[in-house]
Write a protein that binds this ligand. Sequence first.
Ligand SMILES: O=C(O)CCC(=O)C(=O)O
Ligand SMILES: [Fe+2]
Length: 316
Amino acid sequence: MAGPRLPVPRLAGVSQEQFMQQLYPQRKPLVLEGIDLGECTSKWTVDYLSQVGGRKEVKIHVAAVAQMDFIRFFCVYFRTLPFDKLIQRAAEEKHKEFFISEDEKYYLRSLGEDPRKDVADIRKQFPLLEGDIKFPKFFKDEQFFSSVFRLSSAGLQLWTHYDVMDNVLIQVTGKKRVVLFSPRDAQYLYLSGTKSEVLNIDNPDLDKYPLFSKARRYECSLKAGDVLFIPALWFHNVISEEFGVGVNVFWRHLPSECYDKTDTYGNKDPTAASRAAQILDRALKTLAELPEEYRDFYARRMVLHIQDKAYSKNFE
Ligand SMILES: O=C(O)CCC(=O)C(=O)O
Ligand SMILES: [Fe+2]
C-alpha cells in the first residue's frame, strides 16, 4: 500500500511580511502564486534563450531512460554541449544529433565558473538573462547562497534528495510535478547520502523497500510563474511533465559559519552534523570490539540514548 498523500498548500499574493512572520517559521513546503518574477515567464522561449543564453559550453546529464538512476548511473552520462544546442535538443522529443539515442533526455543544473570553488549564480553565468528575472524578495540579502539555472527535457525524473539550504524553486516555463517528503520521514526513504534509493516512487518495490509505504507524500504541480518554497532538509523528487526551465535560489537558514565552506552545491551537511557522524563512526568501531550479543545490547541502548537526548519533542 502507498503512503498517505497530502497536497502542498497554494497561496496567492503573499507579502514578504506574511512569509517571514507566519509561513517561514512553520518550515513546511508551500506553492506561492502571483509573485512578481519579471518578464522571464513570457520572454524565455526556446528561440530567445538560444540567442541570448549564448554558446558557452555547459555540463549536463544525458539520460537514455526517463528515470535517472543515480546509484549505478545506469544509462546516465555526463556530457557538455553549447548552451544554445542544449536548449534546442532539450525542447525536442526526437533528436537528429544525439549522444546515445534519438530519444535521450537532457538535464542542466548550472554550475559556478570553477565548480569546485564557486557557487552557481545565474546573474554571473548568464548576465544577459539577469534583467528578465526577479528573485522573490522573501529573504535577507545576506542569506543568499546561490542561484541555479535548471532545464529539463519532458518526462525526465530527478531522484529524491535533500539540500541543506532553504530553497525557492521558480518555475519559469513548462510544467512539473514535485513530490516532497518530510525530514521526519527520512527513516522510510532508504537513504544513500543525500539521496533516496527508491527511484520509482509511484510504483515502489515494496519487497525491497517495505518502509517506504509509511512515508507521507506531499505533492504539487508547478506551472509557469509558480514558486515552490522547499525548506532545508525536505526531500524532493521532480518530474518535468513538459520541457521547461526554472531557476532555484538557495538561501541560508542558519548563520553562515554553520555550513561547510567547501560546499558549492548547497548539499553538504552542516559541519556540526558531519562531525557528529564521524564521531558516531568511531563509536561504532569501538562497539565492534565486543561480541555480537553485547554489541547488539549496547547499540540498542545508544539508540535509545540518542532518541531521548536529541530527538525533538515538538514534531509529530
Ligand atoms: O526542478 C528541478 O529541476 C530540480 C529542483 C531541485 O532539486 C532544487 O531546486 O533543489
Ligand atoms: Fe534539490
